[in-house]
Design a protein around this ligand. Structure first.
Ligand SMILES: C[S@@+](CC[C@H](N)C(=O)[O-])C[C@H]1O[C@@H](n2cnc3c(N)ncnc32)[C@H](O)[C@@H]1O
Length: 208
């Protein structure tokens, strides 16, 4: 076998192993998706979800992140939003809607009534096969959410969102920096190494 073919084969084996490892763990622990581990890792690093947190979970379906949040939150409110359906979960208010649309934003605003502590988003645009375009489309969702977050979060609130290290990464990062005092990035172990996915962590709005 040629060297390049051997390297390709060993890389795809590593990717499969990585996927299987988190897939098996998610099944054992009863999580709906492997993505759950990403929120567990993010919260271990930044500790933004507490027992009394009011939390908005955007791009929530099938519900892995919502399950993680619901295990920690005891007295706070949780709303999950997705354009796709999501099977019901105890203590989670699910809203089927597009976060880019004003109607959806209006319902969210009313639900939290100026009392929202944390927004988490694992939103990703549907894939087209063109990685560069997919990354731009997902980063546009992230940029739109950053803008919306300033209207609904408490001044000391936290926003955590998926984004891709693509061509418009710096633009989105600068937008976050113009609105928040602290902006960091973290790529969880459970996120595939070969993926350009990372997570943005912002806290304390500059209006404070
Ligand atoms: C990677 S999945 C989320 C997985 C989820 N965090 C979990 O743990 O189960 C990304 C989700 O983003 C949703 N999404 C994409 N664009 C959206 C939009 N404009 N508004 C709301 N949800 C959106 C998709 O429907 C999809 O379910």
């Amino acid at each position: 076998m040629k060297k390049s073919k051997r390297i390709k084969k060993s890389n795809s084996w590593k990717i499969k192993q990585h996927r299987d490892q988190f897939f098996k763990r998610s099944k054992t622990l009863g999580y709906r998706s492997r993505a759950s581990f990403k929120l567990i890792e993010l919260n271990k690093k930044y500790q933004f979800i507490k027992s009394n947190t009011n939390l908005l979970d955007v791009g929530s379906s099938p519900g892995g992140w919502a399950q993680v949040a619901a295990k920690i939150i005891k007295t706070g409110k949780i709303m999950s939003v997705d354009i796709k359906d999501m099977e019901p979960l105890k203590n989670i208010k699910f809203l089927k809607g597009n976060i880019m649309e004003e109607d959806t934003k209006y319902v969210i605003k009313r639900y939290f009534d100026n009392n929202l502590d944390v927004i988490v988003s694992d939103m990703a645009a549907d894939t087209t096969g063109n990685k560069s375009l997919d990354s731009i489309r997902t980063n546009q969702l992230c940029a739109n959410l950053i803008n919306f977050s300033k209207d609904i979060l408490k001044p000391k609130g936290v926003l955590v969102s998926k984004l891709f290290m693509g061509e418009d990464f710096i633009e989105v990062k600068n937008m976050a920096k113009s609105l928040y005092k602290k902006v960091n990035f973290f790529k969880p172990e459970s996120s595939r190494k070969e993926s350009k996915e990372t997570y943005l962590h912002c806290e304390i709005l500059k209006t404070l």
